[in-house]
Design a binder for this molecule. Structure first.
Ligand code: ZN
Length: 410
């Protein structure tokens, strides 16, 4: 028996015309297909922007991207017998790129439109294109690197119930209200006009669209966790909040460094997942679960040698922060970028490498007042030349004739 394709995606059509796609979290989004515990099946997905980004050498599409549309998710899928309080067990049997779309993109948003982790250093829209050759990837915009993908869904989780949704909207709304005009924004409020509520129509659609939670943050149900280790072969346990569970997924990444620091993000791609579902009845209370838990894949890229960069919670201006891991990881990343620039890379190329390659981020110290210590593990074997320090100084491998396309703000 061939594996059943439960949700199909035609990349030549708009995700708004596919009623098995949605881009908001709401308990009223109708379940599009039902399966049984033990079933396995294929789910196809758009890239997270729904096809707004082109495989070309112009970053204007990144500058002009409509972020109120994201993320386009495939689902929700109902599992027979799933009830609130159960754990939905998802085996990611395999994940891949769509054969008609063997490429992905990595980008930095303009500070005016989303920004990113290092937006003060990289305030303009830039994008790099990555070609997918089987399990490997390389970019025509970044010479000298080639690596195996740790392919995974950036976003996967079950539908919230109304009470969870109300809690999310309240707490995020209160945060945004403290500085509503901040650039980049403090959060993302519901936005009805660009909401795609799947098969919901008419007044019911409009009501749900007005309060549907945006898909940007990770939340208790999982959602946009962007965990690179949630790769093919992993097994995930999701809390169930509504009858049937309502599992949705998307935002596939061919590869990503810990932290998804470039925000757009990893190597973003359209693709498919082969998954199997199961249930643990009443598993939430049996195991004291609040957020999803998972077991990683038995197969990961075999990079074992790293050059590790430290960062502490003292910012660019020399200001001391108290055990702030965000600042410490920024500093570790900037230290790695400055190092890679000595080999001829532009800062943008180095930033993109850290966002896409299987880089590890660690919270190394969180008690030694006043400095948190974060570390960034850069795999040395992804480079086609030696990046270790030595007595003769850096061998300049990159001549600077190629860089990542950039779009000036309008
Ligand atoms: Zn993504």
């Amino acid at each position: 028996m061939p594996v059943k394709k439960l949700i199909e995606v035609d990349l030549g059509t708009s995700p708004y015309d596919n009623d098995m796609i949605h881009n908001r979290w709401h308990p009223d989004v109708p379940i599009v297909a039902w399966v049984k515990p033990g079933d396995d099946f294929i789910v196809e997905t758009y890239d997270w922007t729904g096809g707004q980004i082109n495989n070309d050498d112009n970053a204007a599409d990144i500058r002009d991207v409509d972020l109120t549309q994201v993320h386009f998710l495939s689902g929700p899928i109902g599992v027979e017998g799933a009830e609130p309080g159960d754990l939905l067990v998802v085996d990611l049997l395999d994940v891949g790129a769509k054969p008609d779309s063997l490429w992905g993109f990595n980008a930095f948003f303009s500070k005016q439109n989303g920004g990113g982790f290092l937006t003060d250093h990289f305030p303009l829209a830039q994008k790099s294109i990555w070609d997918i050759s089987g399990m490997f990837t390389h970019s025509r915009h970044i010479p000298g690197v080639n690596f195996a993908g740790l392919i995974h869904p950036g976003l996967i989780g079950c539908l919230p119930d109304q009470s969870s949704l109300d809690t999310w909207n309240k707490r995020e709304g209160e945060l945004i209200a403290t500085d509503p005009d901040r650039v980049p924004a403090l959060g993302t409020l519901p936005q009805a006009d660009t909401a795609h509520m799947g098969r919901l129509k008419g007044a019911a659609r409009d009501k749900a669209a007005a309060e549907g939670a945006r898909t940007v943050p990770p939340r208790e149900h999982g959602g946009n966790c962007d965990i690179k280790d949630l790769s093919r072969g992993s097994k995930i346990y999701f809390p169930v909040y509504v009858k049937g569970g309502g599992l949705s997924m998307g935002d596939l990444h061919f590869s990503q460094g810990d932290g998804e620091i470039t925000f757009c993000g990893a190597i973003e791609m359209a693709g498919w997942l082969h998954i199997k579902v199961g249930l643990i009845k009443d598993g939430v209370s049996k195991y004291g679960i609040k957020n999803p838990i998972f077991r990683p894949s038995p197969i990961t890229p075999n990079y074992k040698d790293y050059l590790i960069f430290e960062g502490i919670s003292v910012d660019d201006a020399g200001k001391q922060h108290y055990l702030d891991v965000h600042v410490a990881y920024q500093q570790a990343c900037l230290n790695a970028i400055n190092y890679l620039k000595k080999f001829g890379y532009s800062g943008a190329q180095a930033y993109s490498i850290l966002g896409t390659a299987p880089v590890q981020g660690h919270i190394s110290g969180i008690v030694d007042i006043p400095n948190a210590c974060a570390t960034l593990y850069l795999p040395t074997e992804i480079f086609e030349f030696d990046i270790m320090p030595g007595a003769d100084g850096p061998t300049r491998f990159i001549d600077g004739s190629i860089d990542i396309p950039l779009a000036q703000d309008k």
